[in-house]
Design a protein around this ligand. Structure first.
Ligand SMILES: [Zn+2]
Length: 284
């Protein structure tokens, strides 16, 4: 076990307060910017054991081999993710950081993107590469390097909150992306309706895997520090509101559209990188 950094990785403030305790894990919140942090947390040696085969089988949705009906169905679950950024980049090279079993990248490949995956877990990488042919790199982010200006799009679907140093992750994304490239980030939102309704039962806390907990404002501000400007954002619909409405006849038919008015489990952004300070000034 180790302690989280004493100063907030977003605003540098030292003062924290207890946000919630989940299964005896403490999650603190920076009193200045609201960023949540697991403290204490597993050390890097302990992490390797945590992201094992059982973790992957429990968390990642299996989808069969290339060309099978299961594969086609599994890829369709990724369509909404591609739609989220596709209008800004219809082609180019996509890096998925935390690619897991690789089905998102497989769906990108079907749309004509060049793809590359990166994952910390040997087991997930083995699946993505050997079963569905995803080209990838295995390793912790701080030990991996790609040439500068290599990618048009970098995605982090539920991976930024797992990073022991999210500043390192976003700074590396800045270096690996071409100027005008896109960084797409999706993280749990601890200020959403589901987290507020479910309290310690909310699965977005997920200790000890989630080291950081973002609010939409904290995420926007965090990415902005590294030159990324939000050009599109979305809240996922609230599962708790949908579930409560589905109990009633008639109302259950409109449960999903109503639940969209409530912020749900996660929050996602498409951001565009402007590497030079002049570009950023011109747009602000
Ligand atoms: Zn802070």
């Amino acid at each position: 076990m180790e302690n989280a950094p004493a100063n907030c990785v977003l605003c540098g403030n030292k003062e924290k307060e207890l946000l919630i305790t989940v299964d005896s894990w403490c999650i603190q919140r920076c009193v200045q910017c609201g960023l949540g942090v697991l403290d204490p947390r597993p050390s890097s040696d302990e992490l390797a054991k945590l992201y094992n085969e059982d973790y992957c089988e429990d968390r990642f949705v299996e989808g069969g081999l290339t060309g099978t009906p299961e594969y086609t169905k599994r890829l369709s679950l990724e369509t909404h993710r591609i739609k989220f950024f596709r209008s800004f980049k219809r082609s180019g090279k996509v890096l998925d950081i935390g690619c897991g079993y690789g089905y998102f990248l497989a769906a990108c490949r079907e749309k004509g993107y060049d793809i590359h995956g990166l994952d910390f877990s040997d087991w997930a990488a083995h699946h993505a590469r050997d079963r569905i042919g995803i080209p990838l790199t295995i390793g912790p982010l701080d030990e991996v390097s790609f040439p500068e200006n290599s990618f048009d799009v970098i995605t982090m679907w539920h991976s930024l909150e797992h990073m022991s140093d999210p500043r390192e992750a976003v700074s590396r994304a800045n270096s690996w992306l071409k100027d005008d490239g896109l960084l797409v980030v999706d993280v749990p939102n601890y200020t959403g309706t589901d987290a507020r309704n479910l309290k310690e039962e909310w699965n977005g806390w997920d200790p000890p895997y989630h080291f950081y907990h973002f609010t939409p404002q904290a995420l926007t501000s965090f990415l902005g520090k590294f030159g990324f400007r939000v050009i599109r954002k979305k809240d996922y619909h609230s599962e708790t509101i949908k579930a409560s409405l589905k109990k009633y006849p008639l109302i259950n038919l409109i449960a999903r559209p109503i639940s969209k008015f409530y912020s749900g489990h996660s929050f996602a952004v498409v951001t565009r990188l402007k590497k030079s300070a002049e570009d950023q000034d011109a747009e602000s």
